[in-house]
Design a protein around this ligand. Structure first.
Ligand code: GDP
Ligand code: MN
Length: 389
C-alpha cells in the first residue's frame, strides 16, 4: 500500500528525521491563506500523487513569489499528473503540498527495500541523489548493504555508509542516527520500500528529507490500523479497486487483451504467449488456483469494465478445477449487456467436454483452443479481424 509524500513525511517526523516546514492544500479557498504562511525566499509546490518522477513532469515547482505559488497550486490542484510512473491516464491531484524552500548543497539518495534474492532488507545509498538517480550514469554510484532482518542493522553498517559516501566526520552522527531511525521505521511498519530522494545537506548545514516515498506490505496491514487510515482509493484505478474488493489478484497493464487465468505462473506464461503472438496484455488477472463461478464472473466483469480491452483470452488449467463451474461463470458474465468482444477460451481439466458444450450452446461466437500458444495467436487474430471489419 502506497501513501502520499505528506503522509510519509509525517511518519519520518515520528522517527525524528527532519523534513521542511510544510502545509497541505486541498481546496481552492485555502490557497492564498496557506501560501502566505511560507516565509522563506523560495517555496516548493508539490502535487500529491502515488507516483514518483513528479519533478520531471512539472509536479514539483520551486516558486519565488506568492503570485508564482498561487499560479502553480491553481494549475495542479484538481488536475491530473502524468509522470513516467503513472501510465498514460495519470493520477488525480486532490492535494498539493507546499513547503518552505531549502538551499541545497548536495542531494543524496537513501532507501530501504526488500531484497528477495538475498532474503534481506537492502539499504541503498548514493551521493548522486535527485531526479536523475535512475539514469544509467548514476547506477555505479549506488552502494548496497544487505541487512539480515533476524539480526537487525548492525552498528558497522551506518559507519560503512559514512565511509563509502566520503562524508565529513562531523556529519557522521546525523547520518548514523538517521539510518537507525529509518531502519526502525521500516521494520516497525512492515514496509516494502522507504525511499528518501533527495536526502539533502543544506547550505546552512542541516540534513533534511526533501522527498519521501513509502510502500507497506498489504499482508501486514491487519496489524497497522493507523496505516490503513492513510489509504487513498482515488490513486488506484477502478479495476484495481474492484479486484481488491473481490479478492482477485489484478495488475493493470498498458495493452488491449484482457486475460483471465487461474494461477500466477500460468498468468505470467499467458502474458508471455500474448506478447510472442504480437499482442499486448491489458492486465494480469489471477482468479486463483481454485476458480469458482463467482470468481470467474467477477474477473470477467472487471475486464469488460475496462474500456481499453478489445478482446478476452481465458486460460483456465486446473486438473482439479471443474470446467463446468468455470463455464457457468463465463456464461453469467456474458449474459450482461455489451459483452460482444472476441473471446478465446482454453479450458483444461475435469468436465472439460461438458463445459465446452454448454458454452457452445450459449453462444456460437466463442473460440475454443487446446494450447496456450494457439489461443494467444487466435485472440490477436480475432481482434485484428474485428478492426478490419
Ligand atoms: P520527485 O521528482 O517525484 O521525486 O519529487 P521530489 O520531491 O524529489 O522533487 C524533485 C526535485 O525538486 C528534488 O530532487 C529537488 O532537486 C527539487 N526540490 C524539492 N524541494 C526543494 C527545495 O526545497 N529547494 C530546492 N532548491 N529544490 C527542491
Ligand atoms: Mn524524489
Amino acid at each position: 500500500m502506497l501513501i502520499h509524500e505528506y503522509q510519509a513525511k509525517q511518519k519520518l517526523q515520528e522517527y525524528n528525521i527532519s523534513v521542511p516546514k510544510s502545509y497541505l492544500i486541498t481546496r481552492d479557498d485555502e490557497i492564498i491563506s496557506v501560501l502566505r504562511k511560507i516565509d522563506t525566499p523560495i517555496g516548493v509546490v508539490k502535487a500529491q500523487v502515488h507516483a514518483g518522477g513528479r519533478g520531471k513532469a512539472g509536479g514539483v515547482v520551486v516558486v519565488e513569489s506568492l503570485l508564482d505559488g498561487i499560479t502553480a497550486v491553481r494549475r495542479l490542484l484538481g488536475s491530473k499528473l502524468v509522470t513516467n510512473q503513472t501510465g498514460a491516464e495519470g493520477k488525480p491531484i486532490d492535494a498539493v503540498f507546499v513547503e518552505e524552500g531549502v538551499q541545497i548543497e548536495q542531494e543524496f539518495y537513501v532507501a530501504f527495500t526488500i531484497n528477495r534474492s538475498s532474503q534481506c532488507v537492502s539499504l541503498l545509498v548514493s551521493a548522486a541523489g535527485g531526479t536523475d538517480i535512475e539514469s544509467k550514469e548514476h547506477a555505479s554510484s549506488i552502494h548496497q548493504y544487505d541487512i539480515d532482518p533476524q539480526i537487525g542493522m548492525r552498528d558497522f553498517v551506518p559507519i560503512r555508509v559514512c565511509q563509502d559516501l566520503m562524508l565529513a566526520r562531523k556529519d557522521w552522527p546525523a547520518w548514523i542516527s538517521m539510518l537507525q531511525n529509518l531502519y526502525r521505521c521500516f521494520k516497525e511498519n512492515d514496509a516494502l520500500l522507504i525511499e528518501i530522494n533527495p536526502f539533502i545537506h543544506s547550505k546552512d548545514g542541516r540534513w533534511i528529507a526533501l522527498d519521501a516515498k513509502m510502500d507497506f506490505d498489504d499482508n501486514a496491514l491487519f496489524r497497522h490500523e493507523d496505516l490503513v487510515l492513510l489509504q487513498d482509493d482515488r490513486q488506484q484505478t477502478e479495476s484495481e479497486l474492484l479486484a481488491a474488493h473481490y479478492g482477485l489478484s489484478y495488475v493493470s497493464l498498458d495493452g488491449t487483451i484482457g486475460c483471465l487465468v487461474n494461477g500466477a505462473g500460468l498468468a505470467m506464461a499467458t502474458m508471455d504467449a500474448i506478447k510472442e503472438a504480437g499482442g499486448e496484455p491489458a492486465n494480469f488477472l489471477d482468479v486463483g488456483g481454485s476458480a469458482t463461478t463467482i470468481s470467474v464472473a467477477n474477473g470477467l466483469d472487471i475486464l469488460y469494465h475496462d474500456s481499453r480491452v478489445e478482446g478476452v483470452f481465458i486460460n483456465v488449467f486446473g486438473g482439479i478445477v471443474r470446467c463446468d463451474i468455470v463455464a457457468e461463470g463465463i456464461i453469467r458474465a456474458l449474459q450482461k449487456q455489451n459483452r460482444q468482444l472476441p473471446m478465446v477460451i482454453r479450458l483444461e481439466g475435469n468436465m472439460k467436454e461438458e463445459a465446452i458444450e454448454a458454452l457452445r450452446a450459449f453462444s456460437p461466437n466463442l473460440d475454443f483452443v487446446d494450447s496456450l500458444d494457439t489461443g494467444a495467436a487466435l485472440i490477436v487474430q480475432r481482434i485484428n479481424e474485428r478492426k478490419m471489419a
